[in-house]
Design a protein around this ligand. Structure first.
Ligand code: GLU
Length: 447
């Protein structure tokens, strides 16, 4: 297998699908050497099969806004790979959603889910619906219209969606209500991220952020460092950033910045509990503006329009917002300002130039598919609880999450340790995830 040849074929077949091509290239580059030591993979054309989604559903979603006007969006579900379990992955509602974006996310999800130690295949879905400025009623009508089509494609042993950007507990609730009405079954296992009183797992809302900090702790310990007292810059202010801020504070770090599409809020004294709670209010408002934090806490947060979190001096950078949010120029600025570690929490949050810069300049770096896997892992734990018709307490879920993040870190170390003793976490995560999926595909024959 030659990465270049496969990429040339995919580029010709899917011109302009840039996020998808970027995600595939990153994985193929990391696994090429290991793959070529396995002629049985080559014979079965594992890579050629793995880069293509099993199937993509595309559907029209029509709904009526508050003014009585008819609106039409496009909905998708990309079922990428089911070698190690039923399709599993979130739904993204964002104006920029395209098949390319969901293909990249579904592809990443396949490897991420393989790392969790749980039996879950990879999928992703969503819509180009833009929640910004929409009322709660509009969100509900959209979610119901979306589920009217999606419900035929999903099931507890088939495909289990959850949240992602623009989809949180509120949206999962509206979608679950509609699913239940259509299916005439109280099938809790069909969606994860549900409310705690109707089948949701305790700690699922916090899990992506908590898991990211557990991974970061493992990585720092491995490098002989400690998170206590470190200054942390976080991008975004949604569910993932919220969970990351709670745990960072608990572990004794100081979150000195959060950001949004409008700019950055510098928080010189470090974020506190009240401000973290306010992130939830900001998310529920659908205004998509981080400036609201500075307006609400004028003495604590200073807003600068048009700037990213990466302009604020910090030790650790945690991208928690969107793909490609951290460019090479940002990586350089981070280094100049003293940053020595970046744990990518968003899916493909760092551009390839930024990753290479970190790696070539001795800055500790770990990729999203390892760092953020605590979210989907806790979705897996929610599925187990649903299947057993029980719910675990916070201690049990948190212990399992700790174990899973530790194990993901160990897999990265096992497959990513370089001759000089440093760990290439990108290679480690990609090879570990790939080997598991590839082996399962091989054992299940040519299908
Ligand atoms: N959207 C999250 C992710 O990127 C969670 C998916 C899930 O819980 O199924 O992994």
């Amino acid at each position: 297998m030659k990465t270049q040849d496969i990429m040339a074929t995919l580029q010709a077949k899917y011109p302009g699908e840039n996020e998808y091509l970027q995600a595939v290239q990153e994985v193929l580059e990391s696994i090429e050497d290991v793959y070529n030591q396995h002629p049985e993979f080559e014979r079965a054309k594992i890579v050629e099969r793995m880069v293509e989604p099993d199937r993509i559903f595309t559907f029209r979603v029509t709904w009526v806004d508050d003014k009585g006007e008819v609106q039409t969006n496009t909905g998708y579900r990309v079922q990428f790979n089911s070698a190690i379990g039923p399709y599993k992955g979130g739904l993204r509602f964002h104006r920029a959603v395209t098949p390319s974006m969901l293909k990249f996310l579904g592809f990443e999800q396949t490897f991420k889910n393989a790392l969790t130690t749980l039996p879950m295949g990879g999928a992703k879905g969503g819509s180009d619906f833009d929640p910004k400025g929409r009322t709660d009623e509009e969100i509900m009508r959209f979610c119901q219209a979306f589920m009217l089509e999606l419900w035929q494609c999903i099931g507890p042993d088939q495909d289990i969606p959850a949240g992602d950007v623009g989809v949180g507990g509120r949206e999962i609730g509206y979608m679950y209500g509609m699913y239940k009405k259509l299916a005439r079954e109280y099938n809790t296992g069909v969606l994860t991220g549900k409310g705690a009183t109707w089948g949701g797992s305790i700690l699922r809302p916090e899990a992506t952020g908590f898991g990211a900090l557990y991974f970061t702790e493992n990585l720092l310990h491995h490098a002989g460092k400690d998170i206590k007292g470190c200054k942390v810059a976080v991008s975004g202010f949604g569910n993932v950033a919220w969970g990351a801020c709670i745990k960072a504070l608990e572990l004794g770090a100081k979150v000195v910045a959060i950001s949004g599409p409008d700019g950055v809020c510098e928080i010189p004294g470090g974020i506190d509990k009240e401000m973290i709670d306010y992130m939830l209010v900001m998310r529920a408002s659908n205004r998509d503006r981080v400036e609201d934090m500075a307006t609400r806490f004028p003495g604590k947060a200073v807003f600068t329009p048009g700037k990213k979190a990466w302009s604020i001096p910090c030790d650790i950078a945690l991208p928690c917002a969107f793909q490609n949010e951290l460019a090479e120029a940002d990586a350089r600025e981070l280094k100049e300002n003293g940053c020595w570690c970046c744990c990518e929490v968003s899916n493909m949050g760092c551009q390839p130039g930024a990753i290479h810069f970190f790696q070539n300049n001795g800055i500790l770096f770990a990729p999203g598919k390892a760092v953020n896997a605590g979210g989907v892992a806790t979705s897996g734990l929610e599925m187990t609880q649903n299947a057993e018709h029980i719910s675990w307490d916070a201690k049990e879920v948190d212990e399992r999450l700790h174990f899973i993040m530790k194990s993901i870190h160990e897999q990265c170390v096992k497959f990513g340790t370089q001759p000089d003793g440093t760990v290439d976490y990108v290679k480690g995560a990609n090879i570990a995830g790939f080997m598991k999926v590839a082996q399962a595909m091989l054992e299940q024959g040519t299908i």
